[in-house]
Design a protein around this ligand. Structure first.
Ligand code: NAP
Length: 457
């Protein structure tokens, strides 16, 4: 993330929102990612603010920009050498108007207040778009599981939950995974929660293993959902993924299952990436090989080239150097900048859907929107993960376990609804095809109406 937009009247915000942003910057200094997420939403709320002056009167925008609760805590644990290590844990309970706070935990050295708040803020609107009863929250730690033994990861998770358990619960706040937090970490976190509370409270965490309360399709959900969303966008242009060239950044949970569904829908995925560089296989990616390398061996993606002739790995370069018709950024924030967007647009780009959270920089988003191609922002395009988490909570509450087919069908229905809400709201706002305006306004109205109904809380 580069710089914080200043609030000198140059923010381009609706005049009544200028002072709101000023307060956000003053209260949250040196948090550029959070500022960017806020301005990204406020900058598009003009239509809804004009239509609903009561929202300003009730100071709903101010209230939504201020988290309900922020928890920052020490996480001390002991490594394999017997040395004490100290990390910092975060949980930001941003908005609970629509349901229990819901959002993942991220374990990565870059985790900070700013990152957690940007993710938590986005999560409010993403969760609202699903139409399911979910509030918005996010958390994490600056701990890196990379290079740590399973024992170290377990002790870290136990130490983190020793504090976190006071703040969460199936009706309060329901964390899940994110970068660095998969089924293994959720298992250690759940085990410690159960030990401390003496309760088998399945609905307190999502992303659980299938044999102990997890949902089918949760692992695949964000990537599948992203592919469903882009397919819906293409349909509005009487087109589809079938026969299209596609690149998908990352080689983690979201990327792998986005690739899988795109391939099932007939797309030709020719490139993906990891933190070391990008992989190009003109013959189409061999997904089973990628799963073996990244999910089983946890090895660098470059290994692919030693198994598949005709493929190449380009170190320290962006995947966006490869021309493509459909680009799905599914790795991390700010991984696609304005130069990348220009390159892609010059070489025939038709659609972008964000599997990751805020992967396109603000400048890149501006270019993509101006260009008139299809652009699906993360809060809509990657909502399939949290939606399926809500389905996991439903199954936990009814002590039920749905089939893969049934769960995938529900996911598809939800992603179609998310797409429809964004598309219709963009038309209502007079900017047909602008999914950013559509997603922000549609989700804002849902949260605002609930807050209005509940009075000043
Ligand atoms: P993950 O499993 O940890 O995978 C992240 C992948 O991105 C890894 O392959 C990593 O490479 C790669 N990567 C990291 N930095 C990169 C860079 N600068 N350039 C290219 N590749 C890079 O995480 P994930 O769960 O897939 O999440 C990815 C994104 O989706 C995040 O923004 C997350 O917040 C968002 N998201 C996730 C979910 C979900 O259900 N998981 C839901 C909604 C949104 P290495 O393998 O080398 O580490």
């Amino acid at each position: 993330m580069n710089s914080t937009p200043t609030n000198s009247g140059s923010t381009g915000l609706h005049p009544r929102l200028d002072s709101v942003f000023e307060t956000v910057v003053r209260r949250n200094p040196a948090e550029p990612e959070f500022h960017e997420a806020v301005i990204g939403v406020l900058g598009t709320l003009g239509p809804v603010i004009e239509k609903h002056p009561e929202y300003l009167e009730a100071r709903l925008v101010e209230r939504i920009c201020e988290p309900e609760r922020q928890i920052i805590f020490r996480v001390p644990w002991t490594d394999d050498q017997g040395q004490v290590q100290v990390n910092r844990g975060y949980r930001v309970e941003f908005n609970g108007a629509l349901g229990p706070f819901k959002g993942g935990m991220r374990f990565h050295p870059s985790v900070s207040s700013s990152i957690v708040k940007f993710l938590g803020f986005e999560q409010i609107f993403k969760n609202a778009l699903t139409g399911l009863p979910l509030g918005g929250g996010k958390g994490g730690s600056d701990f890196s599981p990379k290079g740590r033994s399973p024992g170290e990861v377990m002790r870290f998770c136990q130490a983190l939950m020793t504090e976190l358990h006071r703040h969460i619960g199936e009706y309060t706040d329901v964390p899940a995974g994110d970068i660095g937090v998969g089924e293994r970490e959720i298992g250690y976190l759940f085990g410690q929660y159960r030990r401390i509370t003496n309760r088998y409270e399945s609905g307190v965490l999502t992303g659980k293993g299938l044999t102990w309360g997890g949902a089918r399709v949760r692992k695949e959900a964000t990537g599948y959902g992203c592919a469903f969303f882009v397919e819906e966008m293409l349909k509005t242009k009487d087109s589809s993924l079938d026969g299209r060239t596609v690149t998908v950044s990352g080689a983690g949970n979201v990327a792998i299952y986005a690739i899988e569904k795109v391939q099932q829908l007939g797309g030709e995925v020719i490139g993906c990436s990891d933190s070391k560089g990008y992989l190009h296989d003109p013959a189409g990616l061999d997904l089973e090989l990628i799963k073996q390398i990244k999910e089983v061996e946890r090895a660098p993606l470059e290994k692919y080239t030693s198994e598949k002739s005709g493929s190449r790995f380009v170190a320290d370069a962006p995947l966006w150097d490869l021309p493509t018709e459909v680009a799905l950024p599914c790795a991390t924030q700010n991984e696609l900048d304005a130069d990348d967007a220009r390159k892609l647009l010059d070489s025939g780009l038709a659609a972008v859907a964000e599997g990751a959270n805020m992967p396109c920089t603000a400048d890149a988003v501006a270019l993509l929107r101006e260009s008139g191609i299809l652009y699906g922002p993360g809060k809509a395009a990657n909502a399939g993960g949290v939606a399926t988490s809500a389905l996991e909570m439903q199954q936990n509450a009814s002590r039920d376990s749905w089939t893969f087919e049934h769960t995938e069908k529900r996911l598809l229905e939800i992603m179609r609804d998310v797409h429809r809400s964004c598309h219709e709201m963009a038309e209502d706002c007079g900017v047909p095809g602008d999914y950013v305006v559509g997603a922000n306004n549609a989700s804002f109205v849902r949260v605002a109406e609930a807050m209005l109904a509940m009075g000043v809380t």
